[in-house]
Write a protein that binds this ligand. Structure first.
Ligand SMILES: Nc1ncnc2c1ncn2[C@@H]1O[C@H](COP(=O)(O)OP(=O)(O)OP(=O)(O)O)[C@@H](O)[C@H]1O
Ligand SMILES: Nc1ccn([C@@H]2O[C@H](COP(=O)(O)O)[C@@H](O)[C@H]2O)c(=O)n1
Length: 218
């Protein structure tokens, strides 16, 4: 029997990470934060001073980069041996990640790295194409969404709590731009995967969403 997978896809700020981490903990399954792979690549590209249009150099960096994940209470990521956790959550990183993630060549290089997370006793995988491309045979699929306004408010609060300077209007614009780029790209666009249960969390608490997701699996 194949290793069970619960995929949680959706737009930025819908609550995928929060809900996926909680679900993985409750189920005692592994956790894949696929966005952090694209974010790590974006950091590597920015650190190397490579332009976000330079596909050949970006693909090379994607092939060569060495990532280590520590999925404790807080996800820790090391890029080529250096802890980059504090840079992962910034909007600069997220926006650059969404640009490099649009290249099919880059996605092809990173596909196997994501599939390798499928280990017993099971996996909760969070991203944009988990249920459609990376784990199309997943036993449980969720598409988690919320209104752009609610997602921008959540992101704003999250950044302020982390002590990161933020502007609500700018975040709203960036979320809408990221939604557009992620949904309109030709390869692995953000979409509701076949067989996914859609949860709109705009007026649900985090607890209510976690309960709904867990009840699908149990
Ligand atoms: N149902 C909810 N109600 C209120 N706040 C929520 C809810 N779900 C998540 N949040 C909050 O919204 C913020 C964004 O959540 P999270 O980082 O999990 O989203 P995400 O979908 O993983 O975003 P991204 O794809 O950009 O990483 C967090 O501060 C989280 O606590
Ligand atoms: N499966 C995925 C996951 C992420 N991306 C791209 O990375 C950006 C950052 O992702 P976060 O979930 O950490 O916000 C996101 O905007 C996507 O462009 C992806 O393409 N596929």
């Amino acid at each position: 029997m194949s290793v069970p997978v619960l995929t949680i896809d959706g737009p930025s700020g819908a609550g995928k990470g929060t809900v996926s981490r909680a679900a993985a903990k409750l189920l005692q399954w592994h956790y894949l934060d696929s966005g952090s792979i694209y974010r790590s690549l974006a950091i590597a590209v920015l650190q190397a001073g490579v332009a976000l249009e330079d596909l050949a150099a970006i693909t090379q960096i994607a092939k060569a980069m060495r990532l280590e994940f520590d999925c404790g209470e807080v996800l820790t990521v090391r890029l080529n041996g250096v802890d980059i956790t504090s840079q992962l959550a910034t909007e600069t990183t997220g926006n650059a990640a969404s640009i490099v993630a649009a290249y099919p060549e880059v996605r092809a290089v990173l596909l196997q790295k994501q599939k390798d997370f499928r280990q017993l006793p099971g996996l909760v995988a969070d991203g944009r194409d988990m249920g459609s491309v990376v784990f199309p045979d997943a036993q449980f699929k969720v598409y988690l969404t919320a209104s752009a306004e609610e997602r921008a408010n959540r992101r704003y609060k999250q950044l302020i709590e982390k002590g990161i300077d933020a502007n609500l209007l700018q975040i709203t614009r960036e979320i809408e731009e990221r939604d557009r780029r992620d949904s309109e790209r030709a390869t692995a666009p953000l979409m509701v995967p076949d067989g996914a249960v859609i949860i709109d969390s705009s007026s649900l608490s985090i607890r209510q969403v976690i309960d709904a997701v867990i009840s699908l699996v149990r």
